[in-house]
Design a protein around this ligand. Structure first.
Ligand SMILES: *Cc1c(COP(=O)(O)O)cnc(C)c1O
Length: 367
């Protein structure tokens, strides 16, 4: 490479995304609680649909995604024409940046917001603008104060990752209605299915001219390995995204499996109920051992320690016992560990091990 060969401005500022670890050296059967995956996996109906696709792999997929879009529309009472499907919701976030952000544009998100917001902003040549949260919770007034005539997008994950907190729909609406006229509010609802009675911002995205909602099959649907997500918003915005979307971005197996998955809402309800029960148990068990957390609305808990040293020591202790959780220093939370709510044995084990760790750490056995 010569000095003359240079990527677009911003790209060299991107720190590559590192996913949650899946293995620990020397631990053959490590339990992975680092990527907010559904411990029960996808529904049987989704697995059946996946298997059937083995017979049609020589055929190109369709480009209109109408089967999946209609299924999503039926289940959520939306307009199929306004649904766009992508390779994870990451692709939808990326398309939004590609379409609406360029040099001189600003993209606003919160200090503990999802790392992909920064990456997609810089990839499009835009300028990330990070806003303070209030006690690890989105602060609408701080976001509004950070907006300018250059703000093109505002990204809010609700519930947020990695904090697990969320704000009310009325607050999202207040935010959308007070944005500068050229700005779009993107409500990232990757975890919304975990919140009983919450529509993920669907109604707002259906009604307001400047709100887009993104959703994923990676979390409660248990299909993270397959890479499927979708977005919903004003027809004009969805039309713009469709112009730049790759025509064959989703394979037949992605489309068919996701369609079967979204039509099986019984599985979603069961997973939500189980998660709520185990999450409450885990949060309480950790609190009893001196590890507090904010009330989580998602499928993980942000466990707080006395400082970065203790969080790191706990992470290493858990790794030594074959449990993988997520360090969140890159989210400016170096004193915390994000722990996915796993199945019941994993919850019991991680709580037990953190209790043991605390006892050793307090006694000064581990440094
Ligand atoms: C997991 C997650 C997503 C989903 O990403 P996919 O590309 O759909 O797998 C989106 N936003 C947040 C905040 C997440 O944590």
């Amino acid at each position: 490479m010569t000095d003359q060969i240079q990527p677009q401005p911003g790209i060299l500022d991107i720190a590559q995304y590192v996913g949650g670890a899946a293995t620990v050296a020397g631990q053959a059967n490590a339990v992975k609680l680092s990527s907010n995956e559904n411990p029960f996996g996808p529904s049987d109906k989704a697995k059946e649909a996946f298997a059937k696709c083995a017979h049609s792999m020589h055929r190109y997929p369709n480009t209109h995604h109408m089967g999946l879009r209609q299924a999503i529309a039926d289940v959520h009472a939306l307009e199929a024409e306004r649904v766009i499907c992508g390779v994870g919701s990451d692709e939808i976030l990326h398309l939004l940046c590609q379409a609406y952000v360029g040099q001189g544009s600003e993209v606003v998100f919160t200090e503990h917001g999802f790392l992909m917001y920064r990456i997609s902003t810089l990839a499009a040549g835009g300028t990330p603008v990070e806003v303070k949260e209030c006690d690890r919770t989105t602060d609408v007034d701080a976001i509004l104060a950070a907006c300018t005539e250059r703000t093109k997008l505002v990204f809010i994950a609700n519930p947020n990752n990695p904090t697990g907190t969320m704000i009310a729909v009325t607050e999202l609406e207040r935010l959308a209605k007070n944005l500068p006229p050229q700005a779009i509010l993107v409500i990232d609802s990757a975890y919304s299915e975990y919140v009983e009675g919450y529509d993920g911002g669907a109604e707002l995205a259906g009604r307001l001219p400047n709100v887009v909602m993104t959703r994923t099959f990676s979390k409660i649907y248990g299909l993270g390995g397959l890479r499927i997500g979708w977005g919903y918003g004003p027809q004009g915005i969805i039309d713009v995204l469709n112009r730049i979307k790759g025509p064959f971005n989703l394979s037949t197996v992605q489309l068919e499996t996701a369609e079967a998955a979204v039509r099986d809402q019984d599985w979603v309800t069961r997973c939500r109920t189980d998660n709520a029960r185990l999450r409450a148990w885990l949060a309480e068990a950790l609190a009893e051992k001196g590890v507090p957390s904010d009330t989580s609305t998602a499928n993980f808990i942000l466990a707080r320690f006395s400082g970065p040293a203790e969080a790191e020591a706990c992470d290493l202790y858990l790794q030594g016992e074959g449990m993988i959780v997520r360090r969140v220093s890159s989210y400016k939370l170096p004193h915390c560990l994000r722990i996915t709510v796993g199945d019941e044995p994993s919850c019991r084990r991680v709580a037990h091990l953190i209790g043991q760790f605390k006892a050793h750490y307090m006694a000064g056995d581990l440094v």
